[in-house]
Design a protein around this ligand. Structure first.
Ligand code: BMA
Length: 770
């Protein structure tokens, strides 16, 4: 086609919207639902869940309030139907092809169009696409989706196995595992149409997907290979136009003439960018994204178009043997980066309640705390597109688990082929995101198998054990690995997080580590100092949510500690007891509910501080610190630092300080006090290191200031004092604080160091005047 003509079409496109593809989003249709067997249809919201629809119709109380959770368990045992009527025009029927795409069905669904069975689904994590051409008629058409109880289906599958799998009925269903309850989450085994449904009509040809491969990246040149999947009805000459979209102004277009064959094919087009801008994670530079638009046209008509954001960068997981074990760190654009972040769980029990802005807000919470990585944990869901888009935009790298956690999974061929399709779809869907740093098989399965006593608990015979572990290895060490080798060979795959359980010394010498001696093992916070591995992908301590959150979840805010609401919003078997044990170790146990909540948050912040400082001081032996957990899926007492309503706990503010690229840390060891400056900066900084020992009335006992040059990317011990010299013999340390600060480049990092536990501080009642 003449370039000039094509340009006119492209310019007119945004105005006319004219294209040979027509889409109808059925989420905008009006929907009704009912319990199977009921006669009355009630209004429903799609995307949605059965729980939220029941609530919106006034049929159940708010699932998150009080102990309503316990009253709503009947819902999981029922089957539910959803129905809509949509209109199809004569024009729609003229299209040669039409299919329906379900972007998220939770989970077991029988789908009928005009009473004809279209499809059965059995995996919440897959998209489903079916040809509907033979089923549609002009005028009104009915779409009916019948959801079967996942709990019943799971139990039925479980009963067919000669042994019990840890994880019970949930492991047989490819559905978010946290829906069945977790140690921070309620049990709401919901169902429904949780992502949108689209009807798509097309003629001649369409773009199925685009995968970009970065063939070359250096300071002067980037070479990208676009792999464009196309379906065509005919053998024909077509044109593919690739344009850079700079604020809706298209430039740098490249038109390629392509002989297209009938059927499906992948077209490869090479595109070069001179003097490319690199994509960097938060803290290291810009998150530069190239916005591309791709057009498919024939002689005189635009057939289809799609867009894609590309961040040019290299990312690599480096595991080299060394005398201490094996390294475990990420290199971004060739530079080793210390990863600072947290574990992310689904932000709601009923996922469609979270908007794109809600996902962006979560990433803002992470960026606020100076994070550069989140781990999407395997007991939840592959997050919404809005989540990954925000990570690309704001520079948060993603450690992506596949959705398996803390249990053993079946190995029958139907299950494995279902999972194979799921993983293939997810890898293809997510691989274009600059933020994805690593694929990880699962959460804590190999650790569970080796350390949690399942063999004894479930009384496995030798043959049972052999079969179960064989199924595990086949899925996580062979099948998933080979899917990634085919569809995303440039990214690393790590089969299980962690590879070795925290009871074993080797867990701190290689791989990633989940250290739970503090909290689960009741070990003191100070153990964080010695339990430092190569990459700490989990550790954590609970803090209670904001008072306002309690006011919402406890009806009338009455009875506080004794209310059923308070008890039901703690899912760890000994949660409140563990908080209290540690609180007694470090604080005077406060009187009154509000004070208790507040001090529990300080306790969490202090525990996290000990851990994060220890991890950062151990760089480059340790190259990552991802605490458990960033967020919540309902209002609850948990390990999160941001509660369900986005209230920051004290720990979130502390984490923000501790994850700055330059921090000051005071360590007491033997008879000495050390002052460290830890820098993740890429260049040397010069600054003023000041220390001041003072009492709570403001009297200064010792003060000094030093000019210090701190090299790039370093842990530098800048000062060492004999403790006796600093504090003398007669000072009462219960009233003292050592303030250390480092001022550089118009910025300042500081810390307050206390020589005794908070409970031993003699604090004065402050008189505050303004
Ligand atoms: C980790 C996680 C979760 C759990 C958390 C707190 O091991 O993987 O399974 O919620 O501990 O117990």
């Amino acid at each position: 086609m003449n370039r000039y003509l094509l340009k006119i079409i492209l310019i007119l496109l945004p105005v006319s919207g004219f294209c040979q593809i027509h889409k109808i989003d059925l989420s905008h249709a009006s929907w009704t639902f009912r319990k199977l067997g009921d006669t009355k249809w009630l209004p429903a919201k799609v995307p949605g869940t059965v729980h939220t629809d029941l609530f919106n119709n006034g049929l159940i109380p708010d699932p998150f309030i009080g102990n309503n959770e316990t009253k709503l368990q009947w819902i999981e045992n029922e089957d539910w139907e959803y129905k809509t009527v949509f209109n199809i025009s004569k024009n729609d029927l003229f299209f040669a092809n039409s299919y329906i795409q379900f972007n998220g069905l939770d989970t077991y669904a029988g789908i009928f169009i005009n009473d004809s069975l279209l499809l059965h689904t059995d995996n919440m994590f897959r998209k489903w696409e079916v040809n509907v051409k033979p089923f549609l008629k002009e005028g009104n058409n009915t779409l009916l989706i019948r959801f079967g109880s996942a709990v019943k289906k799971g139990k039925e599958a479980a009963s067919k196995l000669p042994y019990t799998l840890p994880g019970d009925e949930k492991v047989f269903t490819r559905k978010a595992q946290y829906h069945y309850g977790w140690d921070w989450g309620p049990r709401f085994v919901t169902c429904g149409i949780y992502r949108n449904i689209e009807l798509v009509f097309w003629d001649q040809a369409k773009i199925n997907d685009v995968h970009y491969k970065q063939l070359l990246l250096n300071d002067t040149l980037a070479t990208i290979e676009f792999n464009i999947g196309i379906s065509s009805m005919d053998k024909k000459l077509m044109y593919i136009n690739i344009a850079l979209d700079d604020n809706k102004v298209l430039h740098d277009e490249e038109t390629t003439e392509i002989p297209i064959t009938k059927g499906k094919q992948v077209v490869k087009i090479i595109y070069t960018i001179k003097n490319p801008h690199l994509w960097w994670c938060n803290g290291l530079g810009d998150t530069y994204l190239y916005h591309f638009k791709i057009f498919l046209s024939d002689e005189n008509i635009l057939l289809d178009t799609t867009s894609l954001n590309i961040g040019l960068r290299t990312i690599e997981l480096v595991q080299n043997k060394d005398i201490l074990g094996s390294s475990f760190y990420f290199k971004l654009n060739g530079i080793p980066v210390f990863m600072k972040g947290a574990n992310y769980i689904p932000p709601h029990s009923f996922l469609p309640q979270v908007t794109a802005l809600g996902y962006e807000k979560i990433i803002d919470d992470a960026v606020f705390a100076n994070m550069n990585m989140l781990r999407v944990w395997g007991g939840g869901v592959y997050a919404d597109d809005a989540f990954y888009d925000a990570c690309d935009k704001k520079g948060v790298l993603v450690w992506q688990d596949f959705m398996f956690a803390c249990a053993m999974y079946p190995g029958d061929s139907q299950f494995v082929s279902n999972v194979t399709e799921e993983i293939t779809q997810q890898v293809k869907h997510l691989r274009n995101h600059a933020c994805i740093a690593l694929w990880c098989g699962n959460n804590e399965i190999i650790e569970g198998w080796n350390n949690w006593g399942w063999q004894k608990q479930y009384n496995y015979s030798g043959a049972d054990s052999t079969k179960i572990i064989h199924d595990y290895l086949d899925l996580f060490e062979n099948k998933i690995k080979s899917i990634i080798a085919i569809h995303d060979p440039i990214r690393n795959y790590w089969s299980s997080s962690p590879s070795i359980g925290w009871g074993h010394a080797e867990s701190l010498q290689q791989g990633d580590a989940h250290y739970w001696g503090v909290w689960w093992g009741n070990e003191p916070f100070k153990n964080y100092k010695n339990k430092v591995g190569r990459f700490m992908s989990e550790y954590g301590f609970q803090g209670m949510p904001a008072i306002n959150t309690f006011k919402i979840l406890m009806p009338g805010f009455a009875n506080k500690f004794d209310s059923v609401a308070f008890k039901n919003h703690q899912k760890h078997p000994t949660g409140y007891q563990t908080i209290n044990t540690y609180l007694q170790r470090h604080y005077k146990v406060p009187r009154g509910f509000d004070n208790y909540v507040y001090v529990s948050q300080l306790l969490q912040a202090n525990g996290m501080q000990t851990a994060i400082e220890s991890h950062r001081l151990a760089k480059p032996y340790c190259m990552g610190s991802l605490y458990w957990q960033l967020n919540d899926c309902w209002p609850v007492t948990s390990w999160s630092t941001v509660d369900f309503y986005h209230n920051y706990k004290a720990a979130h503010y502390r984490v923000k300080e501790l994850f700055k690229d330059v921090i000051v840390s005071v360590i007491e060891q033997y008879d000495s006090v050390f002052v460290y400056v830890i820098s993740d900066k890429r260049a040397m900084i010069n600054g003023d290191l000041k220390i001041k020992l003072m009492n709570f009335s403001g009297s200064v006992y010792f003060e000094n200031s030093y000019l210090k040059a701190v090299e790039k990317d370093i842990v530098r011990c800048c000062l060492k004092y004999n403790k006796k010299f600093l504090t003398g013999d007669s000072i009462n340390l219960n009233i003292m604080v050592l303030h250390a600060s480092f001022e550089y480049d118009h910025d300042v990092s500081s810390c307050n160091y206390y020589f005794v536990d908070p409970k031993d501080l003699t604090l004065q009642k402050p008189v505050i005047t303004i």
